[in-house]
Design a protein around this ligand. Structure first.
Ligand code: GLP
Length: 257
């Protein structure tokens, strides 16, 4: 794992946006895995604000997850989120942006078909990930099989509470989601995970320094050959090896030896 600790969250966001854009510059027909959540909003804003942004016309994208029961037009659906925060500002044709359909009549079937669509596209070149405060990636909650494929997951109380802020006071957060599985995520050639703020410090520690276990699904990234963890100082606060990571990558820089 490459652990980049940035003094300021803004710099961590810029680095994440740069890693994504570098991938597209290197390979204009890249297959990207995209994520939602509050952490990704400034990343997508940064990409849209950049004048040196490469063309996304040849890119295909697959999002990690979607709430079961929400149609693409639903204001809190991840379809809407992606349109609002990224896709509407890009030159990527809509047909090349894929998300699972939350309103599919048979969610289980939609999940397995989505997994097949990812496989048919070839491997994901770069998978962007956020981190749940409970260590989830996508919606792979604690207890998720480390060998799981895209499927329907029941969300934990913690995740329902964490995500309630995106919904109105009278709205209920859906209890189920379709999410890429952990094995599906691990097949990506490169993984970039961004986690910011003190609320993520415990999960960051579990992911980087804890035992690999279903209890902290993100800990599986310890097995990935090309995973970059981008964090700010607040999210790095609980790391035992923090000094070492900061020595190897001062200020989050990637120093070539
Ligand atoms: C959500 C998403 C994840 C996201 C995580 C963190 O529930 N399914 O993909 O990474 O939780 O969200 P946030 O960035 O809002 O803290």
């Amino acid at each position: 794992m490459k652990v980049l600790i940035f003094p300021q969250p803004e710099a961590a966001v810029r680095r994440t946006a740069d890693l994504l854009m570098d991938q597209v510059r290197r390979a204009p027909r890249s297959v990207l895995g995209l994520a939602t959540g509050g952490t990704m909003e400034p990343v997508y804003a940064e990409i849209l604000a950049r004048r040196d942004r490469p063309s996304f016309a040849g890119v295909q994208s697959f999002n990690l997850d979607e709430y079961v029961g929400l149609a693409p037009e639903h204001p809190q659906s991840y379809h809407r989120y992606m349109a609002q925060h990224l896709f509407d500002g890009l030159d990527m044709p809509a047909t090349q942006a894929h998300l699972p359909r939350g309103d599919a009549p048979l969610a289980h079937l939609e999940a397995s078909e989505y997994d097949a669509r990812i496989r048919a596209a070839g491997r994901i070149d770069l998978q962007l990930l956020g981190l749940g405060a409970n260590g989830h990636i996508g919606f792979n909650e604690p207890g998720s099989s480390l060998g799981s494929r895209t499927r329907v997951k029941t969300l934990t109380r913690k995740t329902l509470e964490d995500n309630a802020r995106f919904f109105g006071p009278d709205e209920e957060v859906p209890r189920y989601a379709i999410t890429m599985g952990i094995e599906t995520i691990m097949e990506a050639r490169q993984i970039v995970l961004l986690a910011l703020g003190p609320g993520k410090a415990a999960a960051v520690r579990g992911m980087i320094e804890g035992a690999v276990s279903t209890y902290c699904p993100a800990s599986i990234l310890q097995f990935h050959k090309n995973a970059t963890i981008v964090i700010d100082e607040a999210a790095a606060a609980d790391l035992t090896l923090r000094d070492y990571f900061e020595e190897v990558h001062p200020g989050g820089a990637e120093v070539l030896v």
